[in-house]
Design a binder for this molecule. Structure first.
Ligand code: AMP
Length: 271
């Protein structure tokens, strides 16, 4: 595994290969990331993983500072997985140039997480647009856990006629049902139990509303989540996952999207 910290040295190496399968991450790697990497390795192209905690997608400096960082552990894991390239850029390497493409921000960026994390998706698309320009990947592996992010990156790529193809990857979960997330490492045992109870509650709710959509009552659900130990709920909403539109009656393609806090740890998922 070759490690790069500078885009010019990286480009010298990768632009002569047949193409790159790219797995962008913010590090503190877990089973979700590993599944993306394993899928990428099957592509037969060289796999490049990036680790960059992108300051522009955090609204609060404190959240950015508190984001888990485990670079030494991550490097060990990536060596074991036998990926070809690891790119750990500095902020200046990413933000010290003007990209050719402007970001395209679909209007659905104003919903769900976009409503509660102002500027978050601009920050995500900004960094992804720059990574694409540096790496020119054939494939980009993204997780459905962050479905809104995946949808918006796809829209940007379509709109800007970028040649990279997005490979959508299934959400990997812990045994208790909770989606793997770097932020889970900040949860205590009791808080993990809360997350697991919330997951079970929402999974059952989805089954019920599939049969009878009238049972979907956001205020009641929010109250129940608070009783189960959530400290704040940003949203619980149903969206059609094909067109990413909010639904108001039963629809076979719907997923239940939610974001909530346990103390100051924000968790998101869709089931
Ligand atoms: P992050 O490091 O959180 O920015 O995530 C990097 C990539 O891993 C994104 O495409 C995420 O959607 C994906 N990812 C994060 N958690 C999971 C998970 N539990 N299952 C599958 N993919 C995931």
């Amino acid at each position: 595994m070759k490690i790069f910290k500078d885009k010019h040295t990286l480009q010298k190496e990768i632009l002569k290969t047949k193409g790159i399968s790219f797995v962008p991450t913010m590090g503190a790697l877990h089973k979700g990331h590993i599944s993306l990497i394993k899928k990428s390795k099957k592509s037969r192209l060289k796999t490049l993983v990036s680790i960059f905690v992108n300051p522009k997608q955090f609204q609060k400096k404190r959240d950015f500072r508190n984001y888990p960082r485990k670079t030494t552990q991550d490097i060990k894991l990536l060596k074991k997985l036998k990926i070809n390239y690891l790119y750990i850029p500095t902020s200046n390497d990413i933000y010290g140039f003007k990209p050719r493409n402007k970001i395209f921000l679909d209007k659905s960026s104003k919903k769900l997480c976009g409503k509660f994390r102002k500027g978050h998706f601009e920050g995500v698309l900004n960094v992804v647009n720059r990574f694409i320009e540096i790496i020119r990947p054939k494939y980009i592996y993204l997780g459905k856990k962050d479905y809104q992010q995946l949808f918006l990156i796809k829209r940007h790529i379509e709109k800007r006629k970028i040649k990279s193809r997005i490979i959508e990857c299934e959400t990997i979960r812990e045994n208790n049902g909770v989606a793997c997330s770097s932020r889970n490492s900040k949860l205590s045992k009791n808080q993990i139990k809360v997350a697991s109870n919330i997951h079970n509650y929402l999974r059952n709710l989805k089954k019920k509303i599939r049969k009878n959509y009238n049972l979907f009552n956001t205020n009641e659900i929010k109250k129940d989540l608070l009783n189960l130990g959530a400290n704040k709920i940003d949203y619980v909403e149903n969206y059609n996952i094909k067109n990413f539109k909010r639904i108001i009656k039963s629809d076979k393609n719907f997923n239940l999207f939610f974001a909530y806090y346990i103390k100051n740890i924000r968790l998101i998922d869709n089931i």
